[in-house]
Structure formats: C-alpha cells, structure tokens
Design a protein. Structure first.
Length: 519
C-alpha cells in the first residue's frame, strides 16, 4: 500500500509506516548480506556518533569486521524469523569505538533477505537476573490472586508501571469494530484518569494494527527526536526502501507523534496483546518526559505481556462458562413463573416481584413482557404502542423464537424516536403464535459512557481544527457509535433456550385445550 498521496486525517490507513526510511536516534541500524563475509549494504546516518565509523566508512565493508567472527557466525546460523516477536534473546557486543571498548546490546532479524542488526549503547544493567525473577514472580503471584479479568488487567497495569517506572500504563481493549476502550489504568495520582475512555478505530489505523500483530513491543524514547535517515534509501535485494516492520528502532508515523504531543506525552512503550492470531488489545504506556527503557526491561515486559494475554484469555473462557451457568439458572427461574403458576394473576404478580432479576440477568435497563393480552413494562422502556410495534417487527425477524440487535434504530427506523432508551433489543417469544413475549432493552452506548475525568483537561490543542487529540478522538468515537448499544453476549443469547420451556408448556396446554374442546 505504498502511496504518493500526502497523508492527512482522511487517509492515515494508507501511510506506509513500515518503510519510513528512517529510525529513531537511540541506536544504529545496519543491514548486511547474511553470509559469513556479508557486506554492510545500508546503515543509519548516525553510525559515526555511536560506532565511531561514518556510513562512508562502513558501507561495503564486511559486518564481521565490526562485530567479530563468533557473533557473525551465530547470526548466520540462527533462525532469525523466530526472533521477531516474542523471543527473549538479544546480543551483547563489545565494539571498539575510537580505540576504546564500548558495550552494546543488539537485536537481529531478517528483512527481505537482509540481516538487520540494531545496536543500542548498553546502559547500567547491573540488577539483571535476581530483579527479573522478582518481577516475574510478583507478576504471576498477583495475577493469580485476582478473581476476574478486570482485576487481572489492573494488576498487569500496576506491575508494568512499576517495572518500567512510567507515569501511566493502560490496558486498552478493542471491540469488534476496532474501537477501543481503556479497561484498566495505573498512573501517577496527579494525572487525569483515562480509565473508561473510548477511542475510534481510526486512532490506530489498520496497517498499524497489522504491524503490531508481527511486532509485539514498540517504544518511542522522545517524541521530539530528529529521525535518522538510512543510507542508501533502497535495499539492494528488492530495489525498494528497507522494510522496517520488525525493527525496534523504526521511526514512528508523524501522525502518531503529533497525537502524542497533543496529549503532552513524551515517551511511550506499547505491547501487543494477542490471542489466536488476533490483536485484542494493547498495553499502552505513557511517560511525560523522555525515557529510555533498556532491552532487558523491554523483553521482560514483552514476555509478561504475552503471559498476561494468555492468562486473561483462559480466564475469559472460564468466566463466560460460569456466567452462562448463572444466566441459565436465572432464565429457568423466569420460565418457571410462567409454567408453574396456574393463574395468569399469579404469573403477573410473580413477574412484578422478579423485576430486578429480569433486568439484571440480561444487564438490561428495561424490559417488556407481553402475557395474556397484558403488556407489563419494567425499568426504562419505549411507550406501550412503540413496544407493540417493535414486537411485531422483531417477531417477524425471529428465528427459533428469538431475535436480537444492538443497533436497533439503524435497522428499524421508528426506533430512532427512542434510541436513547433502546438501541439494543433482545426478543424472545413465549408462545408459538408469538402473542406472549419478552423484550429486553439496552440504552444507546452514548447514554452510559462518560469521561472518567474532565475531558476539557485532557485537551492540549483544541481550536486549531486538528482532530489529533484525545478530546477530538472521543467526539469521533461518539459519531461512530451513535445508535448502538453494548452487544448481547453469546452466553446471554444461549440462556434464552431455557425459556423454550414456556413455549413448549404453552403448546401443550393449547393442545390440551383443543382436545378438551373436541371432546
Ligand atoms: C499508532 N495510535 C497508535 C498507537 C496507539 C494509538 C496506542 C500505537 C503506538 C505504538 O505502538 O507505539 C492510539 N494511544 C492511542 C490511544 C490512546 C493511546 C487511542 O494512548 C488512548 C489512551 N492516529 C490518529 C489519527 C491518525 C493516527 C487520526 O488518531 C491518522 C491520521 C495514526 N496512530 C496513527 C498511526 C499509527 C498510530 C499511523 C502508527 C504509528 C507507528 O507505529 O508508526
């Protein structure tokens, strides 16, 4: 998707972010042919600063001259494809710079046939080993102690914040349309909370999400950096710019840099949360001044992120299973109201007594029950006439006695009049002819969502017509989700099966009545 169009707010998903031709300045990038004597064919312009050798001095010379025989052989033999995402290994190198030995840490990967080596100066890393074990143990123990996925997310955010020494760490979760929500947050107390904030899918464009599936951890050390060019621009094997998809130094999209600047953020670490080949969320970390994080700590966070992602997913399966059991019990209790009571009067009485149960079981804000030519309304619902009209439409759409939508007014236009109360509707028929039914309602998402803090305070630039700020993002998200409610969950839909007993019972009594009349 290489494009020559200028990139602006309308086409960010076209920006070829994997081939910026530049890196961040906190390291040097070298590209060489992957043979024991392979020559350096591309390098970043800052090589003189860090390695004491300018690009002119490096280009065309064998990489082995710089890094030594042993490391070079290792890199030629190693399976570099495995290094990409989650591999914990990085190299430690001693390179002579202006006559003195200097320590570097480096990561290597392969890009379209070339060996890419990215070197960063080694910083004080003394605590290695025992510290890591301490972090890992703490993380595991604390995660295990939590009882649900939000508590687990909170622990992950707190632990990562502590490990990184960052100002703010958020767990950001995508919905089906790739809009996102901050589901857990650990932050310095004086910072404005972002917990519960929603953002539109376009804040993290499609090609970026695709890239983050392959490259699990990224960092920006200082948003004010001056990008460093890679020379020459074109990689010799492909005739195209060097593909930096798996690079750790890749220069970041200027669009995203602007977004961060507008938020007042100076440094970020972002860790992909992946399950079954799907990016379901990210750990996004913000620091309000420039901050370098060592390879060791980045790798540790990458590992803990992968562990957390897996752990959370397993829990979710368990949570869903338990939720379904609970829901089925609730649903069969509701079913019994209809099947066990002999008189319609008692049915109605019991229904009124079960109002809370009826609403809570489906996390609904309103419900309507039509029974025996009566329409009973619970909680927040459209007017009786509107409910009857809606029941006609939903009954017509029903398959297996049920129909659901979480975007009612977009599918059934009369519902626009009451979309605030009912953008989600879940219908189940209680009699074969559908005279008896229940409809649960959920409000438009916009009615229930708010900013956890004062949105105005999260704004840095507002009146410049630029949308790249959290406040403008929130507005965009509001437009995107207009007329929609929270989705009905699989376990909620599955529980409806318990209400089939009511239909069966009704069918039986109808048959009985018919037989009695026939006698
Ligand atoms: C990337 N946008 C991102 C990333 C995040 C966000 C987390 C990944 C950055 C990384 O991995 O380093 C968005 N960050 C957020 C959100 C929060 C946050 C929502 O902390 C909430 C708290 N972004 C826009 C618009 C465009 C855009 C309008 O908002 C396009 C015009 C582009 N975002 C954009 C691009 C990237 C990005 C191109 C990829 C950056 C890169 O990896 O080079």
């Amino acid at each position: 998707f290489v494009t020559n169009e200028p990139i602006d707010l309308t086409n960010c998903d076209k920006e070829p972010i994997h081939i910026p031709g530049m890196i961040q300045p906190n390291g040097v990038l070298l590209a060489a042919r992957r043979t024991p004597t392979g020559k350096i064919v591309q390098c970043s312009r800052n090589s003189g600063d860090l390695l004491g050798r300018t690009p002119d001095e490096l280009l065309g010379t064998p990489l082995v001259d710089l890094i030594g025989q042993e490391v070079m052989m290792d890199l030629v033999k190693r399976d570099l494809n495995a290094v990409a995402s989650s591999d914990l290994q990085y190299l430690k190198l001693l390179i002579e710079v202006d006559g003195l030995p200097v320590r570097f840490t480096a990561v290597a990967h392969e890009s379209e046939g070339l060996l890419i080596l990215e070197l960063e100066l080694e910083t004080d890393d003394n605590a290695e080993g025992s510290e890591d074990f301490h972090w890992i143990r703490n993380f595991f123990v604390k995660l295990k102690q939590t009882s649900n996925r939000y508590a687990a997310s909170q622990v992950a955010a707190e632990q990562v914040k502590e490990i990184l020494g960052y100002d703010r760490v958020m767990i950001y979760e995508f919905d089906k349309e790739w809009n996102g929500k901050v589901v857990a947050e650990a932050k310095k107390p004086e910072l404005e909370p972002f917990l519960g904030h929603h953002y539109p899918a376009s804040d993290i464009p499609k090609q970026a999400r695709a890239l983050y599936l392959r490259n699990w951890l990224r960092t920006i050390v200082d948003v004010d950096y001056t990008p460093v060019e890679i020379v020459p621009t074109v990689q010799p094997l492909t005739g195209r710019p060097l593909n930096l998809s798996l690079s750790v130094l890749r220069s970041v999209s200027p669009m995203h840099i602007e977004y961060l600047k507008n938020m007042g953020v100076y440094a970020t670490v972002t860790i992909s949360l992946i399950h079954d080949g799907r990016l379901w969320g990210m750990i996004t970390c913000h620091h309000y001044s420039p901050k370098y994080v060592t390879h060791r700590i980045r790798n540790l966070c990458n590992f803990l992120g992968a562990f957390f992602s897996n752990e959370l997913y397993q829990r979710q399966q368990l949570d869903e299973y338990q939720a379904e059991l609970r829901l089925r019990t609730e649903a069969s209790r509701i079913a019994k109201i209809f099947t066990a009571n002999s008189s319609p009067f008692h049915v109605v009485e019991d229904l009124y007594a079960s109002e809370n149960r009826l609403l809570q079981m489906m996390s609904a804000s309103g419900a309507a029950v039509s029974y025996n030519d009566k329409l009973l309304l619970f909680g927040d619902t459209p007017a009786p006439g509107q409910v009857r009209e809606l029941a006609g439409w939903m009954g017509g759409k029903a398959k297996n006695y049920a129909h659901q939508t979480s975007r009612l007014s977009l599918e059934f236009s009369p519902a626009a009049a009451y979309k605030a109360k009912a953008s989600g509707a879940l219908y189940v028929a209680l009699s074969p002819g559908q005279q008896n039914y229940i409809i649960w309602f959920r409000p438009e998402v916009l009615q229930v969502v708010d900013w956890a803090g004062d949105p105005a305070k999260a704004v840095i630039q507002e009146d410049d017509g630029i949308r790249l700020s959290p406040r403008k993002s929130f507005e965009k998200w509001r437009q995107v989700v207009q007329g929609t409610a929270l989705e009905w969950k699989t376990e909620e839909l599955n529980a409806l099966i318990e209400l089939r007993a009511v239909v069966d019972n009704q069918t039986k009594s109808d048959l009985q009545r018919a037989e009695e009349q026939a006698l």
